[in-house]
Ligand binder design. Structure first.
Ligand code: PDD
Length: 280
């Protein structure tokens, strides 16, 4: 029987009921995280938990668990479900209250759910590279919050899927922002470039690991805004995320990136990332 975490307790999935007036269900009033699990170990767990608490603070949601307790329960869940390589999905909503836009007038308890799912590393896609589709970024101006409101993101991803592409590469006017569920990097003249982590993108944990790997391995990088043209003329392009790691983009719309195969800096970072996973 699959177990999940519900409001801090590990219980059977079939026993969980969420109210129709849960604010997550009605408004998307909540936050989430996706944590990678490799061989039963949570990867970059502290970073994910810290970002979760930061997102909570940004929407004035107070999490009624301390961080250690929170992580301990997730580790227990992974062990109980015997998860090898996969993910933990977790979300907290503001809780249940009679529907009104403003926050509830009395104290309510957040609804907290976490579950595990097996998910292999997408090795063959990482070897060959995938296609991206340029999509106008129509999302709100607080993309730094890992909010449950993902309409803009899912509509962008759907457009990409319908065009036979793996990811939507979003842009605000000429400027590239991020993927629908990933961050975007380009390489130009041996230098890695990614957009600074402002309110317009999620500061990906994978993104942060990649920048640290650059720092520690003498790969030069800049956090700088870049344009659609820069992307199309780049030497290499890749995206990063918890589930996709370092994923080469070899074609954008109908345009091949250089010769249409993953480039050497991308390869190097994939290798360094793998070593980082094995360290844990
Ligand atoms: N998505 N940007 C957006 C909009 C994202 O949704 C994600 C992650 C990222 C990359 O963040 P990280 O490296 O911390 O995974 C960037 C997750 C995996 C998801 O929604 O499934």
């Amino acid at each position: 029987m699959e177990k999940i975490v519900f409001n801090g307790e590990i219980i059977e999935r079939s026993k969980v009921k969420v109210d129709i007036e849960d604010r997550g269900y009605q408004f998307g009033d909540g936050i989430y995280e996706v944590i990678r699990v490799y061989n039963g170990q949570l990867f970059t767990k502290k970073e994910h938990i810290n970002r979760l608490y930061e997102s909570a603070e940004k929407i004035s949601l107070s999490i009624p668990y301390d961080k250690n307790e929170f992580l301990q329960t997730l580790e227990e869940l992974v062990a109980i479900n015997e998860l090898g390589t996969g993910i933990i999905y977790l979300q907290l909503t503001r809780g249940t209250f009679q529907r009104q836009h403003g926050f509830p007038s009395s104290e309510i308890t957040p609804t907290y759910v976490a579950y595990t799912r097996e998910m292999p590393i997408p090795q063959s896609l990482m070897d060959e590279g995938v296609k991206g589709l340029l999509v106008e970024d129509i999302r709100w101006l607080r993309c730094d919050i890992k909010s449950l409101n993902l309409l803009g993101n899912i509509m962008a991803k759907q457009k990409a899927a319908e065009a036979g592409c793996y990811e939507a590469i979003q842009h605000r006017g000429k400027e590239i922002t991020e993927g629908s569920s990933s961050n975007v990097f380009i390489v130009k003249d041996q230098c890695l470039i990614t957009r600074p982590a402002t309110n317009l993108i999620l500061n990906g944990i994978t993104r942060q690991v990649i920048l640290r790997l650059c720092e520690n391995n003498g790969i030069s990088y800049r956090e700088e805004v870049f344009t659609i043209n820069d992307l199309l003329e780049a030497d290499e392009v890749f995206i990063s995320s918890t589930t996709s790691e370092v994923m080469p983009i070899v074609q954008v719309n109908d345009h091949a990136i250089q010769s249409g195969i993953p480039g050497p800096v991308t390869r190097k970072l994939q290798q360094l990332f793998k070593q980082e996973i094995e360290k844990k």
